[in-house]
Design a protein around this ligand. Structure first.
Ligand SMILES: Nc1ncnc2c1ncn2[C@@H]1O[C@H](COP(=O)(O)OP(=O)(O)O)[C@@H](O)[C@H]1O
Ligand SMILES: [Mg+2]
Length: 266
């Protein structure tokens, strides 16, 4: 199994419970989309899957190990095999696009090589190739703080693809893109996961994109998995129930989250 959660719960530092009894697994190379209204717990789940949040209960295996039983250096190595496209990342001012993309491999490089790559981008051809896949090849040497939210989001996608992870996690990776670019960007992420055998798990607000690009759909609501089905078995009734009262439910304000800036963090 690429990921396996069993009875996982998570409570945020302020005492807010975001996940309850999540049992979910995905085999190597599998592709699944997590859908559900704002506040359902999608981002929290992605961070648990990415070994970034330690659940308060249940068992977690990511790439066949329990991240929370690893030494700090083994945990770093595990995280280097996981790429995350963040929904709302913080930006390092003045960082160039090329450096942001190359930083995808910082985790697997030795410290001297990593530092050198920040000063003098080494694999410009590799960064160019990744950016070409999201139609940003002409922005290679631009500063990240000169890009639009949608362009930054695509830099984050290029960075994740450049990393060539075993597990690709994407938290609303196309939320700032127009429909054409959103579709093209998902196409590239899917192609990447197929070419490399990476497991690909994405949370998506757009149900049509989830159904189009992912053979398996997990519906979440109020911190729980409410269905986990092959896409052909997802009915309009299930979707209506999943999103019922979305705009009166708590968390609806999340949709106003400012655009995705963290991709350019070093
Ligand atoms: N850092 C945090 N501290 C406290 N509560 C949080 C935090 N992040 C998210 N939450 C709450 O946890 C719940 C799940 O949030 P989240 O995982 O972001 O859902 P989604 O991504 O589906 O919108 C929501 O009620 C949200 O308000
Ligand atoms: Mg979210």
């Amino acid at each position: 199994m690429s990921v396996a959660l069993d009875g996982v719960g998570f409570v945020h530092a302020n005492g807010h419970r975001a996940l309850t009894g999540i049992s979910l697994s995905a085999g190597a190379g599998e592709r699944l989309a997590v859908i559900g209204p704002s506040g359902a717990g999608k981002t929290t789940l992605m961070r648990v899957l990415g070994a970034a949040l330690h659940p308060v209960e249940g068992r977690v295996a990511v790439l066949d190990v329990d991240p929370w039983k690893l030494s700090p250096s083994a945990l770093r190595k595990l995280r280097a095999r996981i790429a995350t496209v963040h929904q709302a990342p913080p930006i390092a001012p003045r960082l160039r696009v090329v450096t942001a993309v190359l930083s995808g491999r910082l985790g697997e490089w030795t410290l001297p090589r990593a530092i050198a790559s920040l000063l003098h981008p080494s694999d410009i051809a590799g960064a160019h190739e990744a950016l070409t896949r999201v139609s940003l090849q002409d922005r290679l040497f631009d500063r990240c703080d000169r890009l639009s939210g949608g362009q930054l989001q695509r830099v984050g996608v290029a960075r994740a693809m450049y990393q060539r992870p075993a597990l690709l996690l994407a938290d609303e990776p196309v939320s700032a893109l127009d429909p054409t670019l959103a579709d093209a960007t998902l196409r590239e992420l899917v192609a990447q996961s197929e070419a490399t055998g990476a497991t690909f798990i994405a949370s998506l607000h757009a149900v049509d994109l989830a159904l189009h690009w992912f053979p398996r759909i997990v519906g979440m609501r109020e911190g729980r998995v409410v269905f986990d089905r092959p896409r052909d078995e997802v009915t309009q009734e299930m979707l209506t129930a999943l999103y019922a009262n979305e705009h009166t439910a708590q968390g609806a304000a999340d949709s106003a989250v400012p655009m995705h800036l963290a991709v350019c963090r070093a």
